[in-house]
Write a protein that binds this ligand. Sequence first.
Ligand SMILES: Cc1cc2nc3c(=O)[nH]c(=O)nc-3n(C[C@H](O)[C@H](O)[C@H](O)COP(=O)(O)OP(=O)(O)OC[C@H]3O[C@@H](n4cnc5c(N)ncnc54)[C@H](O)[C@@H]3O)c2cc1C
Length: 325
Amino acid sequence: MNDFKYGQPASLEQAAAFLARGSANAFLMGGGTDLLGEIKDGIVKPEVVIDLRTIPGLAYIKKDKDALAIGALTTLADIASDPMIAGEYRVLHEAANAAASPQLRNMGTVGGNLCQRPRCWYYRNAETLCNKKGGTQCFAEKGRNKYHAILAGGLCYAVNPSDLAPALIALDAKAVIASAKGDRTVPLAEFYTPPIVNVRKENVLGPGDIIREVRIPLAKPGDKSAYVKFTERGGWDFAVASAAVKASMSGSSMASVRIVCGGVATVPWRLKAAEDTLKGARPTEAAAKQAAAKALAGAQPLAENGYKVDILKAVVAQAVAALGK
Ligand SMILES: Cc1cc2nc3c(=O)[nH]c(=O)nc-3n(C[C@H](O)[C@H](O)[C@H](O)COP(=O)(O)OP(=O)(O)OC[C@H]3O[C@@H](n4cnc5c(N)ncnc54)[C@H](O)[C@@H]3O)c2cc1C
């Protein structure tokens, strides 16, 4: 493990001002469950690690007049066990409970979970210089690609690994991003960027940006949501495919519905064609399976991951059907 300096900022403003100077190769750390692994494996070599946990007041779950606000340092365990989230934002409750293991949920933060790096085995191997690490090819495209993207790959096929991201996008959440220039708010639906924008990174954050808070519109009567995740192992595993669904119900039909898939594309993938088909329908497994099949007709699996298409259809169908239960 390379030596690095350890920064303990007293405020987000201090951390953002340090980053804005750009004088060191500095990395932010929330719980460290992803970053420290990357450092140990030689994937990233920071000169400075800025530990956000020394900043007071960044871990909270609270309602204000127009949103449920979750501080960037709130742990996945706190989200998973919050009774109000369990009652009003079921998709987030289920996604937080489905992520990683109890130990990782105790350490992992919402900011870190949203910004965690992909799990592609070529990216995570220090000796493989892929596009994402400044190389000139994606080794997964013609190599071992069982867990890779089946939708919209290209320069890179590493899937977005976060369970919280599809759930929060289904809920139309926004990220409040702090920087030396002040705060700005970005819908999480626009937060993730495909490889064509910049294959070296996965989101809109610039070098001086720090997620301060996530804001979720207040739940309305008639809102229903659910998260279904398929993993190869029973637990402590990333999604082969997952589906986060949120609908506004009108009686027993869906007046509108959002379907966001995880584990199948380089970004959390909104299944808009299925959303359009299901508008006004009852949330049944059969209707959702048909809508998902239509929406996924253009999926382009690689040599080893065609099986993910059927799994994705199944998790979408199960998540939609869960709204009716
Ligand atoms: C074995 C294993 C299994 C896992 N399984 C799952 C799973 O099933 N589902 C899942 O969703 N996740 C899974 N994870 C990932 C785990 O949930 C994440 O490691 C964790 O959520 C990241 O949170 P952290 O606070 O520890 O992030 P860190 O390691 O501290 O940071 C991760 C990245 O985010 C950046 N970052 C952190 N905070 C901020 C911020 N506020 N603003 C901007 N950038 C920031 C860091 O610079 C770093 O690049 C797994 C991890 C492991 C090791």
